[in-house]
Design a protein around this ligand. Structure first.
Ligand code: PLP
Length: 396
């Protein structure tokens, strides 16, 4: 599998364990970008010549691939610059319809990208923010949902999978509880998409956001999916070319969705690369791959368990989490740990992982995170465990 990822193929000594931050790009995605840039590069929507039509076609066909990946319709897909932009779009466009007295529920497990936009909305519009706590095992405490959901709750905005503990949200339980009070449900899918295609219809949600660079595609592109009937009535967030019908000194009319939300020149080549990555992913045997990821994760958790003074954040059960494992080592700073590991060709991240509310809830300031993707193997895990034993020796 590593041979399909140009960077990993070129650096055989590298143990890349930071895919939760950015996954390596698949060769097919890179090839598709190159093919587009050298064969059909032109702006979209504005040209009538053959090349511009080819660019239009490539871009719209990317929308269709993203829709298939989520089991959605193409006109429900908005291309953004990433998950953060998609989440901000919802906070502005859906948020514009909220007012003081309305409530949004988020959780302690959120990445700042699905937390700060709601804090900002609270400042802008005086909404109330309810915060679902975590259980000690890192799972969302869904038992607290009934008391935290109100008739005024308009949106439940939760992570699909934590970027720190790997805990996967029980979406059915969330949707069931949210529907009881008539609230919409948004999932931040940034960490889920790397582990296989998703089905927004089966999940029964209203909004889904993710980034391309976390699912083997180029950076600079992401997706917001929203139910067609919701998207149809939302106001635009950014103004500019492409998102309007008529424009004059007196005002402007909105273009139809999804173009209403794609002001300016969109990330065309990046969307083409994203489509290639998603098409490739849709052809993989995910039950087998997920089992393999879970086996590797179990192997990692077992090994970490045996390292003195090391505490894993969240569940020790590999079947309860995506293969994202964060831990602290008594007396050692994550940055020092990462530096020692780097010298051995191990790429890991240490810090607060843009999830300060989650770290505070688990009583840590910073932690080291290893995240596995479909290209990782037993040698990567063994090198990490060796490296951590070495770090404990040289740093203590
Ligand atoms: N949500 C989660 C759970 C994440 O892990 C991340 C990135 O790490 C984001 C949102 C933001 O993604 P991006 O920086 O690609 O916009």
């Amino acid at each position: 599998m590593k041979s399909e990822f140009p960077l990993l193929a070129a650096q055989p000594g590298l143990h890349y364990l930071d895919s939760a931050a950015t996954a390596q790009i698949h060769r097919g995605a890179l090839d598709a970008v190159l093919r587009h840039e050298t064969g059909s590069r032109a702006n979209v929507m504005r040209g009538t010549y053959a090349l511009a039509e080819a660019a239009d076609q490539a871009y719209e066909s990317a929308r269709t691939s993203a829709a298939r990946f989520l089991n959605a319709a193409a006109d429900e897909i908005v291309f953004t610059s990433g998950a953060t932009a998609a989440l901000n779009l919802v906070a502005h466009a859906f948020g514009a319809g909220l007012q003081a007295g309305d409530r949004v529920l988020v959780s302690q497990a959120e990445h700042h990208s699905n937390f700060v936009p709601w804090l900002m909305l609270r400042e802008r519009q005086g909404i109330a923010l309810d915060i679902l706590p975590l259980r000690p095992d890192g799972q969302l405490d869904l038992d607290r949902l009934p008391e935290l959901l109100h008739d005024q709750t308009r949106l439940v905005a939760l992570t699909h999978c934590s970027n720190v503990t790997g805990a996967v949200t029980d979406v059915a339980a969330v949707v069931d509880a949210a529907r009881r009070v008539g609230a919409k449900v948004l999932l931040d899918g940034a960490q889920a998409v790397q582990h296989g295609p998703q089905d927004v219809r089966v999940m029964g949600i209203d909004f889904y956001a993710f980034s391309g660079h976390k699912c083997f595609a180029p950076g600079g592109v992401g997706v917001l999916w929203a139910r067609r009937e919701l998207l149809r009535d939302l106001p635009p967030f950014h103004g500019g070319g492409g998102m309007v019908g008529e424009v004059g000194p007196g005002g402007f009319s909105w273009a139809e969705a999804p173009r209403r939300f794609e002001a300016g020149t969109p990330p065309i080549a990046q969307a083409v690369g994203l489509a290639a990555a998603l098409d490739w992913m849709m052809g993989l045997d995910w039950p087998r791959l997920r089992m393999r990821e879970a086996e590797l994760c179990a192997r990692l958790l077992d090994g970490l368990h045996d390292i003195r003074g090391l505490r894993v954040l969240g569940s020790m059960r590999a079947d309860r989490r995506a293969p994202i494992v964060s831990f602290e080592m008594a007396g050692l700073h994550p940055h020092d740990i990462c530096q020692v590991l780097d010298a051995r060709g191990l790429a890991l991240r240490g810090g607060h992982h843009c999830a300060q509310p989650l770290l505070a809830a688990l009583g840590v300031e910073a932690c080291t995170r290893a995240s596995l993707a479909l290209y990782n193997d037993a040698a990567d895990v063994a090198a990490l465990l060796d490296g951590l034993r070495h770090a404990a020796k040289v740093l203590r």
